[in-house]
Design a protein around this ligand. Structure first.
Ligand SMILES: Cc1cc2nc3c(=O)[nH]c(=O)nc-3n(C[C@H](O)[C@H](O)[C@H](O)COP(=O)(O)O)c2cc1C
Length: 182
């Protein structure tokens, strides 16, 4: 099974990128996390969204189409998701209700530098994914608060409590994906 990991942060040293990589190491045998970098995706322009789409968009669409599930890790920017992530979803969302995102199961993680950061971004992401008919794993939000204290300099998660919450989240997510039957 291939799970496509999508981080809403382009930042070098991103905590969300690090969280995705750690999740990828814990998915279990036979399940591969491929992380897709959104940095080359142009700003959405409907006049470029024809038969032949920009090459980075085609690559994104192929990566989504060849995955059994999506795993997002998103920061919260001004109480919502980063424009980078919304922009990529907008590209992937056409044709409406019949895009590569439709009926493709997704999980959501977030890391932030505050105690409650990420919760509002996750709520917004769930709303956006409702528009694309992307089912989201029905679970309490997986939030990694105070991320600046949770990782060491190599991006290894040192927060044992967070790891102890991540494992059951991923197990439940994968069971749900398999039950979803994609
Ligand atoms: C433009 C901008 C807006 C932000 N807004 C919020 C916010 O609303 N809530 C929050 O908890 N953190 C906010 N932050 C802090 C980010 O959550 C924090 O920088 C986080 O580490 C970014 O994720 P990353 O490490 O994956 O890049 C904001 C950061 C930026 C750059």
């Amino acid at each position: 099974m291939k799970v496509l990991g999508i981080s809403g942060s382009l930042r070098a040293g991103s905590y969300n990128g690090a969280l995705l990589r750690i999740a990828g190491q814990r998915l279990g045998d036979g399940i591969r996390l491929e992380i897709h970098d959104l940095s080359a995706i142009p700003l959405y322009d409907a006049s470029l969204d024809g038969e032949v789409k920009p090459e980075p968009v085609r690559t994104l669409l192929e990566a989504i189409a060849s995955s059994q599930a999506l795993l997002f890790a998103t920061p919260e920017y001004n109480y919502s998701i980063p424009g980078v992530l919304k922009n990529a979803i907008d590209w992937a969302s056409r044709p409406a209700y019949a895009s590569v995102l439709a009926n493709r199961p997704a999980g959501i993680l977030s890391a932030s530098m505050s105690a409650v950061g990420g919760a509002r971004a996750q709520a917004h992401l769930r709303d956006v994914l409702a528009a694309t008919l992307t089912p989201v794993y029905p679970s309490p939000d997986f939030l990694l608060p105070m991320a600046q204290n949770a990782f060491d300099d190599q991006g290894v998660l040192q927060d044992e409590a967070a790891l102890a919450r991540l494992e059951p989240y991923l197990r439940g997510f994968l069971d749900w994906v398999i039950a979803h039957g994609r």
